[in-house]
Design a protein around this ligand. Structure first.
Ligand code: ADP
Ligand code: MG
Length: 265
């Protein structure tokens, strides 16, 4: 069975796109067939996987709003993941979709014919809780929430969790909230840990391990059009590989997810 995972947080800059690209590449390393979906009109995922959104004729926009089949838009990438790309056209999709019945189901319907081709689909949601994110959450079986380990990181988490609840009530009763993924984590300070324990207490939200360390390699990687996994020997790549292994054990073998304890290490 194919696992469809949405990566969502309406806050920008929390490493959603980095997580989708790096986790996708790590899952390919583990031998999985991976599709990543760019649902952000900014096209950062598309760009960071080596494709220039300004030069693409067709994108996920045509799939969501027109008659284009998703399989006709897929692109190969150097990291081995298959990409359903986004372009700035997607900024207009919100308004077009709002006119349609079943607007939250457009992505789910578009992905259905592709599921046999992939073991895992990872969806990069835009930094909003609009129709595009609702499409991501409706198409997914599970959702992961990257959370930057800094003060006020939790602002907006309550609203996101309410949206997830509404999706569970209305468009996707089987959606599972896997938990928060700590990102931009600085193990040298106690501050990151304090933020995480505050979040897990306040929202009763599992915080997954391992936290993804802050490292300059991510900025270098996205500028080069390949993920941090391509360099391999760095702690960011190691953390995403560990996360990929953990998720795949959970999906395939049903093992419990390891959660992060702020009081250890
Ligand atoms: P989002 O998709 O949530 O807006 P991005 O994945 O685009 O966030 O990340 C925002 C910025 O943070 C990017 O410049 C990215 O390179 C950088 N970044 C992401 N993860 C890390 C990390 N672990 N260490 C350092 N920089 C990171
Ligand atoms: Mg992004």
């Amino acid at each position: 069975m194919t696992t469809v995972l949405a990566v969502a947080n309406q806050k920008g800059g929390v490493a959603k796109t980095t997580t989708v690209a790096s986790l996708g590449a790590a899952l390919v390393d583990l031998g999985q067939r991976v599709l990543v979906v760019d649902l952000d009109p900014q096209g950062c995922l598309t760009f960071s996987l080596g494709h220039n959104p300004d030069r693409l004729d067709k994108s996920v926009h045509d799939v969501l709003t027109g008659d284009t089949a998703a399989k006709d838009v897929l692109l190969a990438t150097d990291d081995g993941v298959t990409l359903l790309p986004a372009t700035i056209d997607l900024a207009g999709a919100e308004a077009l979709l709002l006119m349609r019945p079943g607007r939250e189901f457009a992505l789910k319907r578009a992905l259905a014919p592709l599921l046999d081709l992939f073991d895992v689909v990872v969806i990069d949601c835009p930094p909003s809780l609009g129709v595009l994110t609702l499409n991501g959450l409706t198409a997914a079986q599970q959702v992961l929430v990257p959370l930057q380990c800094e003060t006020l990181a939790h602002r907006g988490v309550g609203q996101l969790l309410r949206t997830v609840k509404e999706v569970q009530q209305i468009t996707n009763p089987d959606l599972v909230l896997l938990g928060a993924l700590p990102t931009l984590y600085d193990a040298r300070t106690t501050h990151s840990r304090d933020v995480l324990s505050d979040v897990s207490d306040r929202y009763d939200l599992p915080v997954l391990a391992p936290p993804i360390p802050r490292t300059v390699r991510f900025a270098e990687a996205s500028a080069s059009g390949a993920t941090v996994l391509v360099g391999r020997k760095n702690k960011g790549a190691a953390a995403y590989l560990e996360l990929a292994q953990q998720l795949s054990d959970h999906w395939v073998g049903g093992s419990d997810l390891v959660t992060f304890s702020p009081f250890k290490g």
